[in-house]
Design a protein around this ligand. Structure first.
Ligand SMILES: Cc1ncc(COP(=O)(O)O)c(C=O)c1O
Length: 448
């Protein structure tokens, strides 16, 4: 029996429902962020349908001419901006997300199958997929040794490097309230290594904080390479970027990238360019500083209301964008996150939170900060959170107030409409041109 073919109107009705829900809610999922209204323009452009091969990367094997104009945005705007913000001589744009960047970096830097690769265990905040990908590439994953849940045991790391001789130390610290001491980590590896060990820092969660000057740049700490997602603390499109200062290392990654990713999503590169320009010219450093200040204010406001906020109170609970809460014993963390969703706070039930060794609620204030919320606003979010989680108030009764509060905010740290009239109009005119392959017919009909 074949299923009925769904109706296109149903699809758009669901899309509209999604959009409406997000217009009335705050997303506190630490892995997500908003792209600015202008950045969305990239996904309306024809670049969405093209491939762009940098001729140096395909080495005379082929080229598709279609990307040659839009590719200039990558070469002349995105790459130089990333080199500058990421403080690196070379940047690679092949990866389409953090996990695809992880796969490339493991493949490029791990060496031969059978080699040992050190990664962060999930119990210490490592990404749940790293050891899976490492094993599929034929490596033997080893856990980075920790003393406490978030303190590396540097002596044990030195011993591990000396005795197990890994080819790669891949630091995939994802679920984290405090940055790892990168300089000490790299120095320990260097002093213990008997042959070269590649150190890569996967900064997927914290790129916006690194590029905004709030966290240490991994290359400055001595790492060989770093990089990751462009859509978590960095408010950009789904993609990832990888950096190095070494030409040889950059070439190794290029060779891996061209053979493992055929298509690196040119519209996302354009979107990344817009997001990077906004970050550079519209307060990226202030956004990064405010994200951390907001996280600390949110943690304190939750703790003041009696919630079991994780982290060290004397350090302000968090030094990143993340805030973690243990659900009260009588409350199922998954079920309460559904009620928070209904109230308009979109959060991330996560198993396992390193401080708990089990499930808890993982949040981030990166998107709220991008929406323009400041420290005082964290009280309002904490109050709604406490009403649902501690007092069991019905979410439907709170959703209206949250929606009203949400209506006071629009994406910040980005170009204003009035600044963009000329640039936007030039592009928009091409979309509504009668010959446009996208909206020509329907727009034409609507106009006539
Ligand atoms: C360290 C690390 N690597 C990779 C990823 C995967 O990134 P993406 O979701 O962009 O594929 C994440 C996501 O949280 C991460 O934190």
């Amino acid at each position: 029996m074949s299923a009925a073919i769904p109706d296109i109107h149903d699809l758009f009705a669901t899309l509209a429902e999604h959009e409406g829900k997000f217009n009335r809610s705050f997303s506190l999922v630490p892995s997500e962020n908003l792209i600015s209204p202008l950045t969305r323009a990239a996904f309306l452009s024809d670049s969405f349908s093209r491939y762009f091969f940098d001729e140096h990367e395909v080495f005379g094997r082929w080229n598709f001419q279609g990307g040659s104009i839009v590719g200039r945005i990558q070469k002349e705007i995105v790459t130089p901006l990333l080199r500058d913000l990421g403080r690196a001589a070379h940047v690679n744009l092949h990866a389409i997300s953090g996990l695809s960047g992880m796969t490339l970096a493991l493949a490029a830097y791990g060496g031969d199958p059978g080699n040992r690769v050190v990664t962060v265990a999930v119990a210490n905040g490592g990404h749940p997929d790293t050891s899976y990908v490492a094993q599929k590439l034929g490596y033997v994953p080893l856990d980075l040794p920790f003393g406490d849940y978030d303190e590396i045991d540097l002596d044990a790391l030195a011993e591990l490097v000396r005795t197990r001789r890994p080819s790669l130390v891949y630091i995939d610290h994802a679920t984290a309230l405090r940055p790892l001491p990168l300089h000490d980590l790299v120095t320990t590896v260097r002093e213990a290594q008997t042959e070269p060990v590649h150190v890569h820092i996967d900064s997927s969660h914290v790129n916006g904080l690194v590029w905004g000057g709030q966290l240490t740049n991994p290359l400055a700490a001595g790492a060989d390479t770093y990089g990751g997602s462009t859509h978590k603390t960095f408010p950009g499109p789904h993609k990832a970027v990888l950096f190095t200062d070494s030409e040889d290392t950059a070439l190794r990654l290029t060779l891996t990238g061209v053979n493992m990713i055929s298509h690196h999503h040119p519209a996302s590169v354009v979107a990344l360019g817009i997001s990077l320009l906004e970050f550079a010219h519209r307060g990226g450093r202030e956004y990064a500083a405010r994200t951390i200040a907001n996280a600390r204010a949110f943690a304190a406001a939750l703790a003041a209301r009696g919630l079991a906020v994780q982290g060290r109170p004397d350090e302000g609970y968090t030094r990143t964008h993340q805030v973690w809460v243990k659900a009260p014993p009588e409350v199922n963390p998954y079920e309460v996150c559904e009620r928070l969703f209904a109230a308009g706070l979109i959060v991330n039930p996560y198993n396992l939170l390193p401080s708990l060794g089990g499930p808890g609620i993982r949040m981030g204030v990166n998107e709220a900060t991008k929406l323009g919320l400041v420290e005082d606003d964290m009280e309002r979010l904490a109050e709604t959170f406490a009403a649902v989680v501690l007092r069991g108030e019905p979410p439907e009764a709170l959703a209206g107030e949250v929606a009203e509060f949400r209506a006071g905010f629009t994406p910040s740290f980005c170009y204003r409409d009035d600044e963009m009239r000329v640039a936007w109009k030039r592009f928009a005119d091409t979309l509504s041109d009668d010959r446009s392959q996208y909206v020509g017919g329907s727009v034409h009909d609507a106009r006539s």
